[in-house]
Design a binder for this molecule. Sequence first.
Ligand SMILES: NC(=O)c1ccc[n+]([C@@H]2O[C@H](COP(=O)([O-])OP(=O)(O)OC[C@H]3O[C@@H](n4cnc5c(N)ncnc54)[C@H](OP(=O)(O)O)[C@@H]3O)[C@@H](O)[C@H]2O)c1
Length: 292
Amino acid sequence: MKIALIGKDGQLGWELQHTLTSVGEVISLGREELDVTDVDAVQRTLIELQPDLIINASAYTEVDLAETHVGLATNINAIAPGVMAETARKLSAVFIHYSTDYVFDGKNNISYLETDLTNPLSVYGKSKLMGEENIKQAGDAYLILRTSWVYSLRGNSFVNKVLGWSRNNKTLRIVIDQISCPTWARALAEITTQAIATNNANLLDILRERRGIYHLAGSGYTSRYEWAKQILANDPKRTEQLIQTIEPVPSSEFPTAAVRHLFSALNNEKFAGVFSLRLPNWEDALQVALNG
Ligand SMILES: NC(=O)c1ccc[n+]([C@@H]2O[C@H](COP(=O)([O-])OP(=O)(O)OC[C@H]3O[C@@H](n4cnc5c(N)ncnc54)[C@H](OP(=O)(O)O)[C@@H]3O)[C@@H](O)[C@H]2O)c1
């Protein structure tokens, strides 16, 4: 199987570059090889490559900056995925894309189902929802995997931020009223790869039949405050921490350009039922991520 991976240098893309090699020949494209705002280049590159599977891990993920970079966020998160899905259909290729809990308004008090009403509060959330709609309209054998609170130990993730803050501060103030599912990028890459591997023989037909939106996030849910506490508790270099107190604070203490929803845990049962696969509990995954 020939796989075109778009967005190879992001948290998830970097992990997918490695996991996907177990299921096929991976052609990994970063922004330098393919700027997804250039829709002609997206079509041309994919047609030249003739992949059996296209995976889009690229996205405009700067949630606050998106409020003032609406055009760019729309091009990357909405227009480009539609073009990828359409090109995949023309090539009889499978298309896998990732979306977000930001499509919801966070007013639920139980985990969101795929059938729950969307109502994004931010430009980022709106652009990702538009991407979903464009894929649904143009796509054929596609999966849209909605995930949340993705972290890796590379780059500027919440996990790395908390570890960094802990080296320089005695007190941390972390929001307690935002609740969702921390999702380790490596585990998400692995489960995506497993879903492909277990259906490898007839992927196009199987995914055509199973196409649609699935929630796929770390099992269980927590607040940012509790997540931060667990990050510090699992820190392999705890002796380097200066932290004496972690203070829970409401989101209103940290005004941001984009409105943050409060509760956005995702219910993963549909994916588990259809693919017989489930991401580990967020606490177990965090422990493995930090301690191997
Ligand atoms: N991070 C989260 O908490 C979170 C939560 C829910 C859903 N998601 C979704 O999960 C997926 C993966 O997220 P992630 O955390 O891995 O994102 P990420 O680390 O921000 O990676 C996104 C990648 O997209 C690339 N990109 C941005 N603009 C591009 C362009 N014009 N052309 C080509 N590449 C471009 C970036 O390249 P540069 O490195 O050059 O900027 C980066 O490598 C995304 O669909 C995201 O919306 C993420």
